[in-house]
Design a binder for this molecule. Sequence first.
Ligand SMILES: *Cc1c(COP(=O)(O)O)cnc(C)c1O
Length: 398
Amino acid sequence: MLNSMSHSVDTAAVVAAITKTLGRPQAFIPLHEPQFVGNEWNYVKDCLDTGWVSSVGKYVDRFEADVAEFCGVKHAVAVVNGTAALHVSLLLCDVQPGDEVLAPALTFIATANAIQYCHAVPHLVDVEETTLGLSPSALDAYLAEIAEVKNGACWNRQTGRRIAAVIPMHTFGCPVDMDPMLAVADKYSLAVVEDAAESLGSYYKGQHTGGFGRVAAMSFNGNKIMTTGGGGMVLTNDIALAKRAKHMTTTAKVPHRWEFTHDMVGFNYRMPNINAALGCAQLERVSQSVVEKRALFAAYQAAFAEIDGVSLFTEPDGCQGNYWLNALLLDVPDLVVRDAILVATNDAGLMTRPAWNLMHHMGPYQDCPRTDLPVSENLLQRLINIPSSPQLLDGRHA
Ligand SMILES: *Cc1c(COP(=O)(O)O)cnc(C)c1O
């Protein structure tokens, strides 16, 4: 019988399902913890022993080459964090003050901030439930309504502004449906900047994320699948853009043996050697982390199959994601049920959290142009991230 309790979820069963999956956790279980079990000590010690800790050193070059190879892209430029990587990526795509840039409403605020740093305007669009990322079909229908292509550029007929680029963000490591996404971008002459901050180790139809757009940004923050302490990477297949990225992120200094000449207002966004050393070691194990995280996903999926009213987010066919963060989805949007689960799990020492607040729900972006956002609004009331560290299954966290 349907009644007002028909979409309640047994919160104790949710806590039990997580606890059962993780064995018998003793301490507080964070959402995502870094893991240092490889060459981290050796490489970082090498930096300290040799004095090469800062803006020059062999680990930056090596880390860039290793990440490019791992991701199947031609060039990678290491920077101080993922937000800086996004900022530079947008500038590389010639995003100008007053332009609009399309971005999902459901993302971490850095995506929108990077647009704002360019003095451009975030234009928020909806996601799809199958990937939690930008919906190519919704975007196509929306642009048909509001945009026109003139002289090889896309114009917003309602605001009169140019729409310069679109940022597909691979949410929690699940790839955006890139084939139709690229087709829409092509149809409307939009530069594609992938926000691949969460998707190292995630593949769409066999190709690593970050290699689809003109440029992509990655993050190696402490909570991501691998870390450099803090760090980011700009990825591109275009040698001219890669050279420009290096130049812009290293204060735009013109190479010379002793003279300090800078030919534009550059940024001090270069990744220090000591962080890159950590990154080289972390990258050596990232494939193993993906295997562990996919195993954790499978274990959670089995545990939650038994619980009514809730299921585990599962990637669509054709994707091989890193399951950076696992996500529970309530069958029915209900903030009361969602928050009851958040309370019960956090009380039990299991760190959980809802999806990020939607961009237009927050002060800085409340007045941004946007389409209807029914799927984003729906997901916000249904989604809960649960502990996802790769080492959780084998109990090494204790
Ligand atoms: C982490 C993250 C960033 C920013 O990376 P930082 O290294 O923290 O600056 C950008 N976008 C998304 C989607 C992220 O998850």
